[in-house]
Design a protein around this ligand. Structure first.
Ligand code: DGI
Ligand code: FE
Ligand code: FE
Length: 194
């Protein structure tokens, strides 16, 4: 990425994000580039998507709903009541409309970075996994998923999805259909007989 573009993105991120979240974004960008180089996704696309993926993570509900109206983004009933999903779907459109991102691979990786989806592109999968294993992450099995990510990113994604689905079900919260479809897709690819 050229210097001018990097500085412009950094200025937006610095304005919108806490120090901790900015640090997370830089760590995810690094992890995404590393995984891309190792497993053959586009490294520049993954770095850019990693840098920008959480740009709207700290936006307030008022702003999210205003952006949805302005850009005619339709949230499903499940998405409306799940604030953690907003920054991915609305953030992807923000990249296009406000930051001038034109590469559909970057936009789509950001869009699906929280839920994942069935049939992910290499760049979508890479960002999804990078967000779990970035250097700033510190949850109980982060070492397990880091080790998997270095061997087989799809295996790491299955582990991450199973972890998220388990947590959400345990708390009796809604699970986005894209999350369930991503999980089934990767499981069936691994073992077509189920
Ligand atoms: O933005 P980050 O914190 O870096 O990570 P993220 O965008 O992957 O968000 C993770 C959060 O999103 C985590 O608390 C679980 C939640 N989440 C992920 N998939 C789903 C979900 N929440 C619901 N209700 N349904 C989902 O399918
Ligand atoms: Fe996120
Ligand atoms: Fe993130």
């Amino acid at each position: 990425m050229d210097e001018a573009k990097y500085s412009a993105y950094l200025a937006v991120l610095t304005k919108r994000l806490s120090d901790r979240r900015l640090h997370h974004s830089l760590c995810v960008a690094d992890s995404a580039r590393h995984l891309a180089e190792k497993f053959g996704a586009d490294a520049d696309v993954c770095f850019e998507a990693g840098l920008l993926h959480d740009v709207l993570k700290e936006a307030k509900a008022d702003e999210i709903f205003a952006l949805c109206r302005r850009w005619e983004i339709a949230l499903t009933p499940l998405e409306k009541v799940t604030p953690k999903l907003w920054h991915a779907k609305v953030g992807a459109v923000f990249l296009e409309k406000e930051l001038g991102v034109t590469d559909a691979r970057v936009i789509s990786a950001v869009r699906y970075h929280t839920t994942a989806k069935a049939d992910m592109s290499p760049e979508e999968l890479t960002l999804f996994v990078a967000d779990f294993v970035s250097a700033d992450r510190d949850y109980p099995d982060v070492d397990v998923i880091r080790a998997k990510s270095e061997r087989d990113p799809e295996d790491a994604a299955v582990y991450g999805l199973a972890y998220t689905i388990r947590e959400l079900a345990q708390e009796e919260r809604p699970i986005h259909p894209d999350t369930l479809e991503a999980y089934n897709d990767l499981i069936l690819k691994r073992n077509p007989k189920g």
